[in-house]
Design a binder for this molecule. Structure first.
Ligand code: SF4
Length: 500
């Protein structure tokens, strides 16, 4: 069998699963996570079994058999530790089964072992935070990450490092202070890899004015609610889309309104994503600065003109340089830059050059994304890209990490995405004291975030960290309609959550 050197197998394979009923969904999901085209019913036989009596002091025994592979067996006595409760024990059965299934598939299809083991979720940090909350010590957590979740040592170190730093930013209450997110779902053009709420101005510009009116109305209504309850707003974040597609008088009026309604005595961060550098003109930067914006993102993604053209961005590297120096000269305190690993046509040498050019500019934050292609993106995942991304992805990510660390930055937030190329992760680096608090609160879901505008999500967090989401429509026309029709139901739900 040809060894393809990546942790996925793309051919259609058929399986007959023989296992206790409650384990079938777990087994199917695990198979699909490495064999996305797997079919179930008849085919090669995969048998899973476990032995464990509830009141037994004997270890948990798990076994997986797949035709033409060595049977996988495991005896787990660590789970007998009294620190674990009933729900942990039930979860451990599934975790061991997932690991076993992954191991036999690796052998059967000659796959390489993924660095993130069986942790497939978007927020691996949450698992570590929850273990900390329960009083587990670092060495116990590291043991679990290695033994149960099968992470490699590099990812364990990264995860532990990020989590330790983030915990300094958690507030005692999840509902005061809160954060505010404002979504502007317009962009100059649509990048080929984009799956966000991003409508090109050229085709959807006619919806812009109505959208802005609706947004102002939502800002006023939610602002009144916050004042009425007497809440503090810790951070404000304008994202999208590209918020700086709003320009001139429209932009200053919008930012003034945000200031008036959301800035409180304890607001520590006001970010505007100016992702597309061609939107960041001198006049625009002046408006941002005057409105008290203290963090912006200028996102080159790549510092190669050919790549920028290939991914449908209408700016060049020169625009990035210009926007950056305008922002620096204007005295915007914190500038973040985003880059993406695994862009079409790019290999290690391109990433090396991009990092060199980015760091010559001396940004305060660097966010390193790995390309993730969702259904909504025009660019589709190809085997060649997957192969390059996996072969070089780890090396690219390691290089970015080394460059950021040697410049004195630290990793402070991390998340993964479905369909991420090369089984990698996205990491935010920052010089100490320049970390984006919004990014931490939003990603870790330890703080209520009110979402306004197109495609935004309000996350109402309860003290037990359970979550309720209220989603605004992505489409600017539907959003304007919604606000025109009245947002009392949304306001009532938020009030009910915040007033205890
Ligand atoms: S700038 Fe960002 S939001 Fe806009 S189209 Fe490109 S990826 Fe999407």
């Amino acid at each position: 069998m040809e060894r393809i050197g990546i942790p996925f197998h793309f051919k259609e394979e058929h399986f007959e699963i023989v296992a206790p009923e409650f384990l079938i969904p777990t087994i199917e999901a695990t198979i699909r996570s490495v064999l996305p085209r797997a079919q179930f019913g008849t085919g090669m036989k995969l048998t899973a079994h476990y032995k464990w009596e509830d009141d037994s002091s004997l270890p948990l025994q798990v076994g997986i058999n797949l035709s033409e592979t060595t049977p996988w067996v495991y005896s787990d006595s660590e789970i007998l530790d009294p620190v674990y409760i009933e729900v942990d024990r039930k979860r451990r059965i599934k975790e061991r089964i997932r690991l076993g299934v992954q191991r036999v598939l690796e052998e059967r299809f000659a796959l390489s072992t993924g660095s993130w083991g069986i942790l497939k979720g978007v927020r691996p940090t949450k698992l570590v935070h929850s273990l900390h909350d329960r009083g587990f010590f670092n060495d116990q957590i590291e043991f679990l990450l290695q033994d149960v979740y099968a992470l490699n040592s590099e990812k364990i170190d990264l995860l532990m490092d990020v989590v330790e730093r983030q915990r300094n930013f958690f507030n005692p209450s999840v509902n005061n202070p809160i954060s505010v997110y404002v979504g502007i779902p317009f962009c100059p053009t649509r990048c080929s890899y984009c799956s966000f709420a991003a409508y090109p101005l050229k085709t959807h510009g006619h919806l812009f004015n109505d959208f802005l009116q609706a947004l102002k109305s939502e800002i006023e209504q939610l602002g009144a609610l916050i004042k009425d309850i007497g809440l503090d707003v810790e951070t404000i974040y304008l994202g999208g889309g590209t918020p700086t597609t709003v320009q001139g008088k429209d932009l200053s009026e919008l930012l003034d309104l945000i200031q008036e309604n959301f800035i409180t005595d304890n607001t520590t961060e006001f970010t505007v994503e100016a992702g597309r550098p061609e939107t960041l003109l001198a006049d625009t930067i002046g408006i941002l600065k005057k409105a008290g914006v203290d963090r912006i993102s200028i996102n080159p993604q790549s510092m190669h003109d050919a790549t920028l053209k290939a991914i449908g961005r209408e700016h060049t590297v020169k625009h990035v340089y210009e926007a950056f120096s305008l922002a620096r000269d204007a005295g915007i305190p914190i500038i973040n830059m985003d880059i993406i690993l695994g862009l079409p046509g790019e290999e290690l040498i391109h990433v090396e050059k991009t990092l060199e050019r980015v760091f010559n500019l001396k940004p305060d934050n660097l966010t390193v994304h790995s390309l993730a292609l969702k259904r909504a993106s025009r660019l589709k995942k190809t085997f060649e890209q997957e192969f390059i991304a996996h072969k070089q992805g780890e090396v690219m990510a390691r290089l970015a990490r080394e460059v950021a660390l040697s410049a004195g930055m630290v990793p402070y937030y991390l998340y993964r995405q479905r369909h991420i190329l090369g089984d990698l992760e996205n990491v935010g680096y920052a010089f100490p004291q320049t970390e984006s608090v919004y990014n931490i609160q939003m990603m870790e879901e330890r703080q209520t975030v009110l979402g306004l505008g197109g495609g935004s999500i309000t996350k109402l967090v309860s003290p037990d960290l359970s979550l309720k989401r209220l989603v605004n429509p992505k489409c600017p026309a539907s959003y304007s309609q919604l606000v025109k029709g009245g947002i009392k139901p949304k306001i009532d739900q938020i009030r009910k959550h915040l007033v205890v």
